[in-house]
Ligand binder design. Structure first.
Ligand SMILES: Cc1ncc(COP(=O)(O)O)c(C=O)c1O
Length: 458
């Protein structure tokens, strides 16, 4: 390790409080300082190269170091990096991107409100929905139904929407706003039920929850099509459409949080409609929208919502919600260029083409005694580790099995992300056969090495 790296690490430890900082280990586990990226490879400050099995954080969909994006940034920055889009100001990139998103999104999702990331986009979704029901003269329709293990962000409101209970420890939440239902986690939650019965249970539970809270009090249901940070959980077949139908029955709006799944990760630009056959009332996007080159998030709303909220009130005509950097010209220009690249380079098609081989290779890991399940879809994958395949019991947290696997993968040149008992893989959409082969090989070797470390015999 170079001296320069040590200096950066020292400053990093002393002055920079990380996202999701681990205050137990941050003094021993010096940070890896990433310095450069190229397509699906990432380099640390000492020049070591890794396959980026995580696409930064499920976001660098077009891959790192894209020169076209850099050029687009430079051109837009020289022309006009920023102007506010409050009231009657706008810019061409903000308008063009909104029009492009309307063309990509299903049904009547034709109106985009911008922010700078996924949490903010979810906050906006809730505020807009509350405003909508206020305008309709239904001020009690305020409660939100979310799911255990759902992840919707870290602002005060988005953290409350998030159903990963340990993340709530020692924080306060928005009181009595959000109510959680069971995660559609067949592997752990289905018990004796088969997938169909489990789906029936989940759909009924949602309906019961709406009735328990009172349909007149429930504003919306928020759900990721595939739960990401909660452990890459794929709901049972038919779940999306059936939960959407329950929502429609009770005038409960459906927010589809596609912060991770949109822009190609599952082989489609938008998955709610194209893959799961339903049309949400609100669609939330971020991450792959700019492939992480610049912070941007989008909350798309239907014509039906827009028609109501855009009626000027007699007392105050303003929709008093907006951010300095919402509709940022440079960010919107980058997002437009990013979408152009995904389409032109046929990255969705690459995901659809490579996925069968990717899954065939990765599913083989289930033969290992500590791999409980390899699940997900296309370029969104979670590998769950268990100490006992029959009971599905997890390892003692002290063993930190997934962190061991993460470290072993890193030593062998692959970055993935350990979250509790699951290792997450969600690579750039440029991942090709060679990268897939190498990933499968490294993960297997790393799991075997971890088993040896904790003295588990094959
Ligand atoms: C599904 C989902 N929604 C929302 C968010 C929050 O996005 P951000 O971190 O950009 O605020 C994330 C972040 O990982 C996410 O995975």
């Amino acid at each position: 390790m170079s001296k320069n790296t040590e200096v950066i690490q020292q400053k990093d430890m002393q002055y920079y409080m990380h996202n999701y900082a681990n205050f137990k280990t941050y003094k021993e586990d010096r940070s890896v300082i990433y310095a450069k990226g190229e397509k699906h490879f990432i380099y640390d400050n000492d020049g070591n190269r890794y396959l980026d099995g995580l696409a930064g954080l499920w976001c660098v969909n077009i891959g790192h170091g894209n020169k076209e994006i850099a050029q687009c940034m430079a051109e837009q920055a020289q022309k006009l990096a920023y102007y506010n889009t409050f009231g009657d100001s706008s810019t061409a990139p903000a308008a063009e991107l909104a029009a492009k998103l309307a063309a990509l999104a299903p049904g009547t999702l034709n109106h985009t409100f911008y922010g700078t990331g996924g949490s903010m986009a979810n906050d906006s979704a809730i505020k807009i929905i509350h405003y909508y029901f206020n305008m309709l003269g239904k001020p009690n329709k305020k409660k939100v139904i979310s799911r255990n293990l759902g992840y919707h962000g870290s602002t005060f409101l988005a953290h409350t929407l998030t159903g990963i209970q340990p993340t709530h420890d020692h924080f306060d939440l928005v009181k009595d706003l959000v109510h959680y239902v069971t995660a559609p986690y067949t592997y752990h939650e289905a018990g004796d039920k088969n997938e169909e019965e489990f789906c029936d249970f989940l759909v009924q539970e949602l309906e019961d929850k709406i009735l328990e809270l009172g349909a007149d009090n429930v504003a919306c249901f928020i759900a990721e099509p595939i739960l990401g940070a909660g452990g890459v959980i794929v709901p049972p077949e038919g779940y999306h459409k059936r939960t959407w139908e329950v929502c429609k029955k009770y005038d409960v709006l459906y927010i589809s949080d596609e912060v991770v799944t949109a822009f190609g990760r599952l082989g489609h630009m938008v998955t709610s409609y194209n893959k799961f056959d339903f049309e949400p009332d609100v669609l939330v996007m971020a991450k792959g929208l700019s492939s992480g080159y610049i912070p941007i998030g989008a909350t798309m709303i239907s014509d039906e919502i827009f028609d109501v909220i855009s009626r000027p009130k007699s007392d105050n005509p303003y929709f008093s919600h907006g951010f300095t950097y919402g509709g940022h010209a440079l960010a919107c220009a980058v997002a437009l260029k990013n979408i152009e690249i995904i389409e032109r380079e046929k990255l969705c098609e690459n995901v659809l083409e490579q996925s069968p081989y990717f899954w065939e290779e990765m599913k083989k890991l289930e033969d290992l005694p500590i791999v409980g399940e390899v699940r997900g879809s296309h370029y969104m994958m979670g590998i769950e580790f268990v100490a006992d395949k029959k009971t599905k019991a997890h390892f003692d947290p002290e063993i930190d099995i997934t962190k061991r696997i993460y470290k072993n993968c890193k030593e062998r040149g692959l970055i993935l992300r350990p979250i509790d008992s699951v290792c997450i893989i969600s690579p750039p959409l440029t991942y090709d056969r060679e990268a897939i082969e190498r990933t499968a090989h490294i993960v297997k070797e790393s799991v075997l090495a971890a088993m040896e470390e904790v003295e588990i015999k094959v």
